[in-house]
Design a protein around this ligand. Sequence first.
Ligand code: 5GP
Ligand code: ZN
Length: 119
Amino acid sequence: MSHNPDCLFCKIVEGKIPSKKVYEDEDVFAFHDIRPAAPIHFLMIPKKHIPMLSDMTILDEQLLGKMMLLAPKLALEAGARPGESGGFKVLLNNGADGGQEVYHVHMHVMAGPRPWKYQ
Ligand code: 5GP
Ligand code: ZN
C-alpha cells in the first residue's frame, strides 16, 4: 500500500495518529471527523495515498464505486435515519477552490437531524 509519510490521513490509516474508526477493508478506511459539521460526520478515504479526486484515473473506477456504494450503508450504521425523511450528504472537496484542506482524497458523509453547521 502506497502511503505518504507526510500525510495526515495516511498516518491515520497506519494507526500512527488515533481516530474513531467507522469502517475498514483492504481498500477503504472510514473514521469520524474531528470537527463534525453535522450530528453524524465521518470521512471515507482510500487506503492508498491519492491527493485529489482529480488525480484519480480509470484504474480507480472500482475504488470510487465501492466508496460511493458504501456511503449509504455506513451512514445507516452510524445512525442516519432511513428513507426520504432521513438521509445523508456526500461531499468531496477538490483543491483549494473546492475547499480541500487535507490532500488525501476523502469523502465526507454527514447525517442526522438538522440544523447542521454545514448546510
Ligand atoms: P476538507 O476541507 O479537506 O474536505 O476536509 C478535511 C476534514 O478533515 C475536515 O472536516 C477536518 O475537520 C478533518 N480533520 C482534519 N484533521 C483531522 C484529524 O486529525 N482527525 C480527524 N478525524 N479529522 C480531521
Ligand atoms: Zn495520504
